[in-house]
Design a protein around this ligand. Structure first.
Ligand code: SF4
Length: 63
């Protein structure tokens, strides 16, 4: 099932965990905030990356 990826920049503390676990879906911007490389994704690691976020900044919804 594809996910729709939403990242709350206010909650992101720039730890890089999501981009480290799932670099195909998440990347760090110049502002050290995570952003989604794809608005929708089928990658299995998208959920692992979201679960790794210490501030629950990543939301995965139905695409
Ligand atoms: S895991 Fe969460 S806090 Fe860390 S960079 Fe990703 S979105 Fe930001």
């Amino acid at each position: 099932m594809p996910y729709k990826v939403t990242i709350d920049a206010e909650k992101c503390i720039g730890c890089g965990a999501c981009a480290s676990i799932c670099p195909g879906v998440y990347e760090m911007g110049d502002d050290m905030k995570a952003r989604a490389k794809q608005a929708k994704t089928n990658e299995k690691c998208a959920k692992e990356g979201a679960d790794s976020c210490p501030t629950q900044a990543i939301k995965l919804g139905k695409a």
